[in-house]
Design a protein around this ligand. Sequence first.
Ligand code: ATP
Length: 248
Amino acid sequence: MEIVLNDLHTTIVGRSILHYPSLPSTMDFAKKLAGEGVGEGVVVLCDEQTEGRGRQGRKWFASPSSSILLSVVFRPTLGQLPQINMLGSLSIVHAIERLAGIKSTIKWPNDVLVDGSKVAGILMESILQAEALQAAILGVGLNVNLDVSSYPEISSIATSLSAQAGRDFNRDDVLRTLLEEMDTLYQAVKRNEDVYRRWLPHVETLGKTVRIKSGQSVEEGLAQSINPDGSITLRRADGSLVTIATGE
Ligand code: ATP
């Protein structure tokens, strides 16, 4: 069902918001709509996701109405694609600051952390046809009023806005703020402004020793650079360098 969010000041993102009480996955639904040709900026939102997933099919936990669970259809150029992923995490950092006055950081490639605990995850999938990019779908799971202690699988690694701020948040306020931040950044992407330069200072992974699954192997090393295409370059213990793309 299409809803109207009062006082939403955006140009593209949220020009149509489709809200469902329950969906298997906002990602799959938005992807289907994108394949059918819906315009960019369409948001698919749900209160409960029965098959919510993160990257590589990992499960995303959210009790009904506790979180922002949405996917947005974008139609960027192939060159703008890495910036869609970046605008996902950066818009959440901006929204958390505006809503709660809380600083958050980005763990490469796409987690948002408060005090080292994960408050949001981002997922980007694209639709390619004959090597041309048809659409990029950006999925967000943001823990708003989620009680993470009721999920043993994530209780030690996750947090929520309510846990951090000590009060509950109105989900419409969170949604409005997030869509506005996304819209502002998407306008910047469309003008070919350097969103990477704005995103990079918030990425806390740089300079840390990290372990990253890459294909079948695991790479470990010092995060030496995070690059404009979204990839990360690690310096291994033996001094050699390896660059890993976001999607791996
Ligand atoms: P990692 O978080 O280890 O970097 P990832 O970025 O691949 O992995 P995602 O695809 O963003 O992870 O999301 C899936 C993972 O996020 C799950 O395996 C689980 O560890 C964690 N997770 C699931 N639900 C939540 C939640 N509501 N809040 C925070 N973390 C969650």
